[in-house]
Design a protein around this ligand. Structure first.
Ligand code: XLS
Ligand code: NI
Ligand code: NI
Length: 442
């Protein structure tokens, strides 16, 4: 049976989304995201490097633990897996092009059905990545990152690279090989590791030390393979503290950076930070971004938001301008994302069942982040926030403070200084003042 490609229009009646500005009343237009607008020396398109997540947008059917899917996709009907994958690719590239997003991201199993036979699955991934290559060429859309889904298949229930059974680890390796091959073929800017099953449910049956070592070993093995086969991009780890596993080894930015240092992987990796994962780890998104940036590891982002009342990964589209303004200020201060982009790891709600809802969702997300970029640029150009922060530490810029930073003072020296200077003055942290300053630009 031969596969038919590119015959249908799936999102009929919706044209390419255009920038119309803040006064527009058109719900299918951008009000802030103007891809050619120059901000801090680069176009918005170059700053933000928006990507569409294949899994949520073209596979996620709205099902939840209490009921089946509500999103009935016309590209998801053919019985032959190759035909169905080709139809899905048509829909995906039509949507991505109409959204004007320069990038997309996918897991191997989003692109085409998994087969438990590694040879058949590899051949399927090769097949669909050939189609993706052609579609990239035609549309100009590029791959931000590829990844292997090492969490859905039942064989990974006790972990993938961290599974106590070597046979499962070998299967994870097989899947990683073909996902890395596809990423290389498609010129992916990055390759992501998100370890949903890399962790434990109970320490009673888990040798955590050995599992973490196996995880590091697998990462080294992947890096060696990818570099030998011409991969020029960056490797990303996406931290998440839990869900589906009770405790995941890639808990948060600080934990992952410690892990990468411990196993000598810092130079090959960056972090892909997700807003909702920060929330689950008990951090703000800005906290996660700042920890990564301070270590030169803020590389890419998964844009979404959690829910203040529900404690799971609800993956809603981002709307919080304050949250994103703080994050974008961190990105601008470090001169841009190090190698990655901003991927919408977000899904429409189960009851958002119109095809147009997928557009509204992404328009809202892209506009929120574009607006945040403009706000961040204003904050930095105005400069007072950064000046005030620097001024708080000015006692370390010269004199004894500078000597302390340089490691020139002993504990006895601190004792001596304290006895001479008397009680320090109370210096205000000016939090409300700074909150107002941020509010002025929002
Ligand atoms: C799940 C993760 C996942 C990664 C890619 O919570 O966010 O979607 O982004 O495997
Ligand atoms: Ni994610
Ligand atoms: Ni997530």
């Amino acid at each position: 049976m031969s596969v038919i490609i590119g015959q249908k229009e799936y999102f009929k009646g919706i044209e390419k989304i255009k920038f119309e500005g803040v006064d527009s009343d058109n719900p299918l237009a951008f009000r802030y995201y103007d891809e050619n607008r120059i901000v801090a020396g680069k176009t918005m398109k170059e700053h933000l490097r928006f990507a569409i997540a294949y899994w949520h947008s073209f596979c996620g059917d709205g099902s939840d633990p209490f009921g089946p899917g509500t999103h009935h996709y016309p590209w998801d009907v053919a019985s032959d897996p190759r035909q169905r994958a080709a139809d899905k690719a048509d829909a995906a590239f039509e949507f991505i092009t109409k959204m004007g997003a320069p990038f997309y991201c996918f897991h191997d199993v989003d692109a085409i059905d998994q087969s438990n036979d590694p040879k058949e699955f590899t051949s399927r991934v090769q097949y669909i990545s050939d189609i993706f290559a052609k579609k990239q060429e035609e549309s100009g859309v590029q791959l931000l990152w590829g990844t292997a889904n090492l969490f859905s298949n039942e064989r990974y229930m006790n972990g993938a690279a961290t599974n106590p059974n070597f046979e499962v680890v070998a299967h994870a390796g097989a899947q990683l090989k073909s996902a890395i091959d596809a990423t290389i073929k498609l010129g992916g800017r990055g390759y992501v590791f998100w370890g949903g099953r890399e962790g434990y449910m109970s320490l009673l049956n888990t040798d955590m030390k050995r599992e973490r070592e196996h995880f590091a070993r697998m990462l080294h093995t992947c890096v060696e393979y990818a570099r030998r086969n011409g991969f020029k991009g960056k490797f990303f780890i996406e931290p998440k503290p839990c869900e589906p596993t009770k405790h995941q080894y890639d808990y948060d930015s600080a934990t992952v950076i410690g892990f990468l240092r411990e196993f000598d992987l810092m130079s090959e990796f960056g972090l892909n930070l997700e807003v909702n994962h920060a929330t689950l780890a008990g951090h703000t998104f800005a906290h996660e971004c700042q920890v990564a940036s301070d270590n030169g590891m803020l590389a890419s982002m998964d844009a979404n938001r959690g829910d203040y009342q529900n404690g799971w990964d609800t993956d809603q589209f981002p709307t919080d301008i304050y949250e994103w303004a703080e994050a974008m200020a961190i990105v601008l201060r470090q001169g841009g994302l190090a190698g990655g982009g901003i991927n919408f790891d977000a899904k429409r709600r189960r009851n958002s069942t119109d095809p147009a809802d997928l557009f509204y969702a992404h328009i809202g997300g892209m506009d929120t982040i574009a607006r945040a970029l403009l706000i961040a640029d204003k904050i930095l150009t105005h400069g007072e926030m950064d000046r005030l922060k620097a001024a708080r530490y000015s006692s370390f810029d010269s004199g004894k403070g500078a000597e302390f930073e340089q490691g020139k003072l002993k504990l006895e020296d601190l004792y001596q200084i304290a006895t001479e200077i008397g009680e320090p003055a109370l210096i205000s942290g000016k939090q409300e003042y700074l909150e107002n300053l941020l509010g002025r630009f929002v």
